[in-house]
Write a protein of this length. Structure first.
Length: 212
C-alpha cells in the first residue's frame, strides 16, 4: 500500500490508545490512524511509558508534532473519544489549525457551556432527547471558540441517551455525520484482529515506525 497517496485521499483520521500484549509484556501505544474505506490504518505511533493508562496532553501533542513532519494534517478532521480532552490539547489543535470532533462525557465543560451566552447545557440535553437532529451552541474556552453539540443516541443506550461532542467545525450536521465514521472504523479494526491480522506481531515496538 502506498501510504502517501492513501493519506492524501483521506479526509478523516483517528486518535486511539492501544494496549498490545505479547508473550513478554503488554505495551500501550498512542496511535494516529487514517480512515480509508472505513478501515483505520495506523500511520504513526509512540509507545507510552505507562501501560493500560490514558495518554497525557503532552503525549498527544508530541505525536502530532512528529507526525506533522511527515504528513500534511491540514484539511483533515481528527476524531477521538472522551479520553482525548484537555484545555491545552484543544488549544494546541486550534493553533495547529487541525479540525477535530471529540466526544465528551456528560459533565465535561458543562459549567463553561452553561455560563456562555445562550441555552444551558441541561436545556440542550433535554431538547436533544426530543429531536432527531443535533442541537448545540458555540462557547469560549481560554480565548478560543468551540462548537458544542448534543444529539440523541441512535443506539438507545439507557446509560447515555444523549451524545455530546466538541468540535472546531461549526455545522452541527457535518459534525455528527463525520463523527459517525468513528463507530464504523472501530468495528473494522476489531475484525482485523479477529480475522487473522495479528497486530501484536505486525506492530513494531519502536516509536515512529510507519507501515511499509
Amino acid at each position: 500500500m502506498d501510504l502517501s497517496n492513501t493519506f492524501s485521499e483521506c479526509k478523516v483520521f483517528n486518535f486511539r490508545c492501544y494496549t498490545l500484549a505479547t508473550r513478554q509484556k503488554a505495551n500501550t501505544y498512542i496511535a494516529l490512524c487514517v480512515v480509508y474505506k472505513n478501515v483505520a490504518i495506523p500511520i504513526y505511533w509512540n509507545q507510552l511509558d505507562k501501560n493500560g493508562g490514558h495518554s497525557s496532553q503532552e503525549d498527544r501533542q508530541n505525536l502530532i508534532l512528529q507526525a506533522s513532519e511527515i504528513f500534511n494534517l491540514s484539511g483533515k478532521v481528527l476524531l477521538a473519544d472522551r479520553e482525548f480532552v484537555g484545555d491545552e490539547w484543544l488549544k494546541f489543535l486550534k493553533d495547529a489549525q487541525i479540525d477535530f470532533i471529540i466526544r465528551l462525557s456528560k459533565t465535561c465543560y458543562k459549567k463553561r457551556i452553561t455560563q456562555s451566552i445562550g441555552v444551558s447545557h441541561s436545556s440542550l440535553e433535554k431538547k436533544a432527547l426530543k429531536r432527531k437532529t443535533a442541537i448545540g451552541k458555540v462557547f469560549r474556552l481560554n480565548g478560543n471558540e468551540y462548537t458544542f453539540v448534543a444529539i440523541k443516541n441512535a443506539k438507545k443506550d439507557i446509560a447515555e441517551p444523549v451524545l455530546f461532542l466538541i468540535s472546531s467545525l461549526t455545522n452541527y450536521k457535518e459534525i455528527t455525520n463525520t463523527y459517525r465514521i468513528r463507530w464504523r472504523i472501530e468495528t473494522c479494526f476489531r475484525q482485523l484482529k479477529t480475522k487473522g491480522f495479528n497486530i501484536e506481531v505486525r506492530w513494531y515496538p519502536k516509536a515512529g515506525h510507519i507501515f511499509a
